[in-house]
Design a binder for this molecule. Structure first.
Ligand code: IPE
Ligand code: IPE
Ligand code: MG
Length: 230
């Protein structure tokens, strides 16, 4: 099953272009999450990892950070039942010690409620920094001298509350026109196919996801080898 990771970028610019506050873009962005989660299983996607809030996003104005945190809580509250109905299992990856206690409790409740879901694994990256997680995994590895790729992936999974080894990304999508990783899934994207689109996240939906997957399926992944004629 395909693992798709998405850097959900462009909410602020989308709203500004409409003469609205950035918050409006973030609220609309939550709708896009809904559409993508609904469309993913039928496209052969087994895991979706969404970049919702980077550790560097703490450096944004406090009012915007507050809005984003409120939106996460609202999303968990309003969507958990729907996730359960759709067989979606939710895992929040990233640091939790800097999140508001109420949000941490909401995350734990949603993870527990959706733990039986087998149709789609939805990983939401909040207070996420790939570099910080790699540092944490390496710290944990210091007590495991025979560390190799698999065990480091395991330690990375543990460091981010992943509930298992960090899964390799097949397709990485970034909306909003920028072409960079912004400290997302650096280890897991070793052989990911990259897909950049100028579409702002609030305008990204089922059709845009289907197009990205269609293009991904047409690519030839070689993993350093020589292409085999087909
Ligand atoms: C993505 O949209 C959402 C988060 C990073 C939380 P932005 O808020 O980065 O929107 P732009 O890139 O400023 O338009
Ligand atoms: C990356 O977007 C983080 C998320 C989408 C959550 P940013 O908007 O924060 O990234 P930069 O600042 O453009 O690199
Ligand atoms: Mg941005």
């Amino acid at each position: 099953m395909t693992h798709v990771a998405i850097i959900m970028d462009g909410n602020g610019r989308w709203a500004t272009a409409r003469g609205r506050p950035r918050e409006f873009g973030h609220r609309q962005g939550a709708e896009s999450v809904r559409h993508v989660v609904e469309a993913a299983p039928d496209l052969g996607i087994g895991t979706v990892t969404l970049y919702a809030f980077s550790s560097d996003n703490w450096h944004r104005p406090a009012a915007e950070v507050t809005v984003l945190m409120k939106l996460f809580r609202r999303y968990l509250k309003s969507e958990t039942a729907e996730l359960v109905r759709n067989g979606v299992r939710l895992r929040v990856v990233g640091r939790r010690d800097r999140l508001d206690q109420q949000l941490v409790r909401a995350i734990e409740r949603s993870e527990e409620a959706t733990s039986g879901g087998t149709r789609l694994l939805l990983r939401l990256a909040v207070d996420y920094s790939a570099r910080d997680l790699l540092v944490e995994a390496v710290r944990r590895a210091a007590t495991a001298p025979d560390v190799e790729r698999n065990s480091l992936a395991n330690l990375l999974g543990q460091a981010m509350h992943g509930g298992g080894p960090a899964p390799d990304v097949d397709l990485l999508i970034r909306t909003g026109g920028e072409q960079r990783l912004s400290d997302f899934l650096l280890w897991e994207c070793a052989y990911a196919e990259l897909y950049f689109t100028p579409v702002m996240w609030p305008d990204f939906g089922a059709a845009e996801l289907a197009e990205a997957v269609r293009e991904f399926r047409s690519r030839h992944r070689r993993y350093g080898r020589v292409a085999v004629a087909s």
